[in-house]
Design a protein around this ligand. Structure first.
Ligand code: ZN
Length: 151
């Protein structure tokens, strides 16, 4: 298990050092800001939506390794997805990082699986979910993400 943990840390560090889709989006038609006061993570998520389809997504801002890596991987995963698919992914991701529903045998979570370890550190859950809350706010046309108190 410790080897797996090292691998997870490597993936998170790699994404935080070289985040993907880390820029603003000239043709964005949705945009929201997210702030995690517990850690100081702050991001803007940009979306180009075509009806219910996420054609393009990017982010900018600053934060800890977990928050940045989470935002980076989120943009990779939701690009090209529908709004409903993105919301379903967030729901699953949320249960993963809070420990409510650990990864199941045979379940394909893709890169999101690297965040399962966050469930051991409740204070870091918001670091991992910030980008997703911000994405959701952007999809819903809100300017700012609201982070729930109970996660
Ligand atoms: Zn953080």
């Amino acid at each position: 298990m410790s080897d797996l943990r090292d691998l997870y840390q490597e993936v998170i560090l790699e994404h935080s050092k070289a985040p993907r889709n880390f820029h603003d989006l000239a043709d964005a038609n949705h945009k929201a800001e997210g702030f995690n006061p517990l850690c100081g993570d702050q991001f803007t998520v940009y979306l180009h939506m075509d009806g219910d389809a996420i054609r393009d997504v990017s982010f900018q801002g600053a934060g800890c390794a977990i928050s940045k890596a989470s935002a980076s991987m989120m943009t990779q995963i939701v690009k090209g997805k529908s709004r409903a698919e993105a919301e379903k992914l967030f729901e699953r991701f949320h249960k993963l990082v809070t420990g409510e529903e650990p990864p199941k045998n045979g379940e394909d979570l893709g890169k999101l699986a690297v965040f399962a370890g966050v469930s051991e550190y409740p204070a870091r859950v918001k670091c991992a979910t910030l980008a997703w809350h911000t994405l959701q706010a952007a999809i819903e046309g809100q300017a700012e993400a609201t982070l729930p108190d109970d996660e």
